[in-house]
Design a binder for this molecule. Structure first.
Ligand code: NAP
Length: 331
């Protein structure tokens, strides 16, 4: 029987699917497995089900001599050395589509929270500072008629556009490939990155982390934003130069930020962002609803089983692997 190693406890429904098709070992514990544990487990495994916290590098992949599939329970796959996996003829899969609403909900929640200063207001009440109604207390920003700039109008970006429409916002977007059909369906206008940065009142990031998107928002880009603008990041931490963002927030180059993702996760206790009032912080919970996480786990299990049964899994990240499978010597 084939073996699958699952790096964290995932939804029971998903484990059942795996167990009907393979011998399943699940890492127990509240923290991700150490690299050594993954290496040990992967040595005789055909399937590896991973979470975004697992850095699946060449060393791990090369220990998986029998590996057929690496199935990430996430849409992003920047935690996996896809190139090495492809060269080794290993399928790599992800879970697109099933988390769009939950992630867009969180992004929009963050947008509202920073615009209306919800964490500050909550702490104000809890700490007994509320002495009386004040017409100037905790004034935030309207959303109506404000411009939302979406960077990456993909699956999640489109969902946030739909939410923004209901809040009567104007929507512009930037991405390398213009998408006229999507523009029409969600009512967004295309803009260059420079134009988007200078025109938006809110900017929300929905790009994958790649060599092109690393530090996409740095000092230069933050300087091009309105002083009254807010930045929302639910994509991946390294898409934003965190130090430049901190400086921009302290120097009033932008008004606020809301972040679900960080350079280092979890962030260290001395991260200066923790001291700023104009920042809302959440611990990478974009897709964290019971229903969504279950759907993601089930999809990852289905991807795994397909691959173990020698079929091409539906959510294949590396279609090039098919060439390597046909001809293992091709480069
Ligand atoms: P998607 O459908 O593939 O959309 C990605 C979008 O990014 C596309 O519109 C793409 O445009 C654009 N893009 C790519 N490179 C770009 C660049 N250099 N500059 C500007 N735009 C660029 O992906 P998705 O499913 O919406 O997911 C997006 C990302 O969200 C994931 O990769 C993941 O990292 C993150 N995410 C985070 C959480 C969380 O918990 N916080 C949850 C889910 C997902 P083109 O079509 O022109 O390439």
């Amino acid at each position: 029987m084939k073996k699958v190693f699952v790096t964290r406890q995932i939804a029971e429904e998903a484990l059942q699917i795996l167990m009907q098709n393979a011998k399943v070992t699940v890492h127990s514990g509240d923290l991700p497995p150490e690299k050594n544990e993954i290496i040990e487990q992967v040595k005789d495994a055909q399937g590896l089900v991973t979470l975004l916290t697992d850095q699946i590098d060449a060393e791990i992949i090369n220990h998986g001599k029998q590996l057929i599939v690496i199935s990430n329970v996430a849409v992003g796959y920047d935690n996996i050395d896809v190139e090495t996996a492809t060269r080794r003829g290993i399928y790599v899969t992800n879970t697109p589509g099933v988390l769009d609403d939950a992630t867009a909900d969180l992004a929009f929640t963050l947008l509202l929270a920073v615009a209306r200063r919800i964490p500050e207001a909550d702490s104000f009440v809890r700490t007994g500072q509320w002495k009386g109604w004040d017409p100037n207390l905790l004034l935030g920003s309207d959303l109506k008629d404000k411009t939302l700039g979406i960077i990456g109008l993909g699956r999640i970006g489109s969902e946030i556009a739909k939410r923004a429409k209901c809040f009567k916002m104007k929507i512009i977007y930037y991405q390398p490939q213009r998408d006229p059909e999507k523009e029409k369906s969600v009512g967004a206008k295309y803009a260059s990155l420079k134009e988007l940065l200078s025109k938006s009142d809110f900017i929300s990031l929905h790009v994958p982390l790649t060599s092109e998107t690393k530090d996409l928002i740095g000092k230069k880009e933050l300087n091009q934003m309105k002083k009254t603008a807010y930045l929302i990041n639910t994509s991946r931490g390294p898409v934003v130069d965190e130090q430049a963002l901190y400086q921009a927030l302290v120097e009033g180059k932008i008004r606020g930020a809301a972040l679900d993702v960080f350079d280092q996760e979890p962030i260290s206790a001395d991260n200066p962002l923790l001291k700023l009032k104009n920042v809302v912080l959440t611990p990478h919970i974009g897709s964290a609803t019971l229903e969504t996480r279950t759907r993601m786990a089930v999809l990852a299990a289905q991807n795994t089983v397909k691959a173990l049964n020698n079929e091409t899994p539906p959510h294949l990240i590396n279609p090039k692997v098919l060439e390597y499978k046909k001809n293992p010597n091709s480069k």
